[in-house]
Design a protein around this ligand. Structure first.
Ligand SMILES: NC(=O)c1ccc[n+]([C@@H]2O[C@H](COP(=O)([O-])OP(=O)(O)OC[C@H]3O[C@@H](n4cnc5c(N)ncnc54)[C@H](OP(=O)(O)O)[C@@H]3O)[C@@H](O)[C@H]2O)c1
Length: 260
């Protein structure tokens, strides 16, 4: 089992992706901002599975942070067979009322860092005619997203980017997969300011979601919607639902009680 690089491995879906890859005997490069969480995961996985884990603390919302990650990996002499672009965050509120800096940071992380990391590591994968990329998108990528307009748009980008790239790569020996979960119980809800609503009450577990994404990546699927009911809805019902009705449902789902 070869080495995987996972961004956003300090919690939630990324942490579970790391545990799955380690359980199969694969080495890891883990990237996120919280050094302590990455180090704790490194200790856990090296002890449990006897694999090698390297951590790299990096804020991926910094411009060209992806290049720093790539250069670090090159200097370490590691070949990345699996690239899992998973780091991302959302943010609640009407677009016009949100601080624009926060939305630009979101675009930088959810879109630009993902694109740049893919471009850098893909060159090596294409040359080797081998490699797999997993982009954590979202079911949000198929929907209009009032009260999280920028976040939904970043995930629509990731879905579209993955579909186009997958076709370009169809004869290359490299595959790219977009993991599209519905609500998942992770730190995402808190970070996005969505606490107090009920969208995450019946959310999937991070482990269940990561398993689905990992399996989809291994099979080379282009789109992996981790919740089967949601997959049915997106594939067969969504084209027939009027946009304004859909927007109203999404807005209601994302409405959180005002903090007093
Ligand atoms: N939870 C959901 O309902 C849901 C649904 C669909 C899709 N997703 C997507 O799933 C992915 C993982 O989210 P999650 O649910 O597992 O949430 P999470 O628990 O909040 O994990 C997010 C991860 O991204 C990392 N991260 C955030 N900002 C970063 C930055 N500037 N630089 C580097 N790393 C950063 C975080 O680490 P640090 O804080 O240590 O940097 C953390 O490891 C995201 O792309 C999210 O959009 C989530």
């Amino acid at each position: 089992m070869k080495t995987a690089l996972i961004t956003g491995a300090s919690s939630g879906i990324g942490k579970e992706l790391a545990r799955i890859h380690a359980s199969k005997g694969g080495d890891l490069v883990l990237v996120a901002r919280r050094t302590e969480s990455l180090d704790a995961l490194k200790a856990e996985l090296e002890t449990k599975h006897g694999i090698k884990v390297i951590t790299f603390t990096q804020d991926l919302s910094e411009v060209h942070a992806a290049k720093k990650v790539y250069d670090f990996v090159q200097k370490s002499g590691i070949e990345i067979e699996y690239l899992m672009n998973n780091a991302g965050f959302g943010g609640h509120g009407e677009f016009v009322d949100r601080p624009i800096e926060k939305d630009l940071e979101m675009i930088q992380l959810n879109v630009s860092a993902l694109v740049e990391l893919t471009h850098l590591f893909l060159q090596d994968m294409k040359q080797r005619k081998s490699g797999k990329i997993l982009n954590t998108a979202s079911s949000a990528g198929f929907l209009p997203g009032p009260l999280q307009t920028t976040y939904f748009a970043t995930k629509a980008f990731v879905v579209s980017f993955t579909k186009g790239l997958a076709f370009e790569l169809r004869k290359s020996g490299v595959t790219v997969t977009a993991l599209c979960p519905g609500p998942v119980k992770t730190e995402f809800e808190h970070v996005a300011g969505l606490e107090g609503g009920n969208m995450f009450d019946k959310g999937a577990s991070a482990l269940q979601t990561a398993k689905s994404g990992y399996n989809g990546m291994m099979k080379g699927k282009v789109i992996q919607i981790s919740d089967p009911a949601l997959a049915f809805m997106i594939r067969f019902l969504l084209p027939f639902i009027p946009r304004t009705w859909l927007s109203a449902v999404v807005e209601k789902m994302q409405t959180v009680p005002k903090k007093s």
